[in-house]
Design a protein around this ligand. Structure first.
Ligand code: FE
Ligand code: FE
Ligand code: ZN
Length: 294
């Protein structure tokens, strides 16, 4: 089966989904992930039907599949905190409508941070919120992301994610997005990924796994920092990440890069995807990228 690999791309007012497809193609990707607006706010523009049509034509022409494309909910959406959960529910409902209109079937969501209340209360708030959002008519899969455990984040262990899933009535609509940087920062050993997957399968069940974020980490295992690094340049390392990407149990699951821009300016994805496809580490990645974009 073909490797499904892509990157985080930007959604711009004018070109919308069509712009995302073009950006992904410029990286040699066959899928992508995007926010339907700025990740740090909830202002969203009206979706243009003609851009969906054009995007779909280009997708088909290039052999991309809409079912592998991911939307990421804005990270300020916080279902865990009682002060923000009502707004989060309302926004998430609207976002799901937008996602369904685009024909996209997967949305990644950070479970939430329990600021001000206990973790257990935070988890109960997330469950309550999801039950207000998800019903039997929901078409999209909400993929809860495995978190690094930074600050008061819920969902940094497989057990916590399982507890949330178990609390949701229509939980056939709840999946998981595994982020390699986050699980590493949370304490899982990505260099022993077979073991991690066995644990995931035992606790959550492998069939829930719907998306993988491929990132190296700037920090050590269990650091709870959540700072992404370019693949092969952090403490997880190229070979461990390659093992995740080509793992036979993860075939067909979209893999998305969210690694940092070089010099805060140049997207690394074209070259990281090239390294991944060639299975060969580029020790001159930064120079290659600077040379290409300058
Ligand atoms: Fe995320
Ligand atoms: Fe992520
Ligand atoms: Zn992260």
């Amino acid at each position: 089966m073909e490797l499904i690999i892509g990157a985080h791309v930007s959604y711009k007012k004018e070109e919308q989904l069509l712009g995302c497809v073009k950006e992904a193609l410029s990286y040699g990707a066959n899928t992508f992930m995007f926010y339907t607006g700025a990740p740090q706010n909830t202002m969203r523009t009206e979706i243009k039907e003609e851009k969906i049509k054009e995007a779909n034509e280009l997708l088909t022409q290039e052999g991309m599949d809409l079912k592998n494309i991911i939307v990421h909910a804005p990270y300020i959406i916080n279902l865990a905190n009682p002060k923000t959960s009502e707004f989060a529910v309302q926004f998430l409902k609207e976002e799901i409508k937008r996602v369904e209109k685009l024909g996209i079937t997967k949305i990644v969501l950070h479970p939430g941070s329990h600021v001000g209340v206990t973790k257990e209360e935070g988890i109960q708030n997330i469950i309550r919120g999801l039950n207000q959002v998800v019903d039997r008519t929901t078409k999209v899969m909400i993929c809860l992301e495995t978190m690094a455990g930074k600050g008061t984040e819920c969902g940094s262990t497989f057990e916590e994610l399982k507890q949330i899933i178990d609390g949701v009535n229509y939980n056939e609509k709840i999946g998981v997005c595994l982020d390699t940087c986050h699980i590493h920062d949370a304490g899982y050993d990505v260099s022993n990924f077979d073991e991690v997957l066995l644990t995931f399968d035992k606790i959550i069940g492998l069939s829930r796994l719907q998306c993988i974020h491929i990132n190296d980490s700037k920090n050590g295992r269990s650091s709870h920092k959540d700072r992404h690094e370019n693949i092969g340049y952090g403490s997880i390392g190229f070979n461990s990440l390659l093992h995740v990407i080509y793992h036979d149990k993860l075939e067909g699951i979209p893999k998305i890069l969210e690694t940092p821009y070089v010099d805060k300016e140049y997207p690394p994805y074209k070259f990281e995807i090239e390294e991944i496809r060639k299975k060969k580490y580029n020790e001159h990645l930064y120079d290659t990228i600077r040379f290409f974009y300058k």
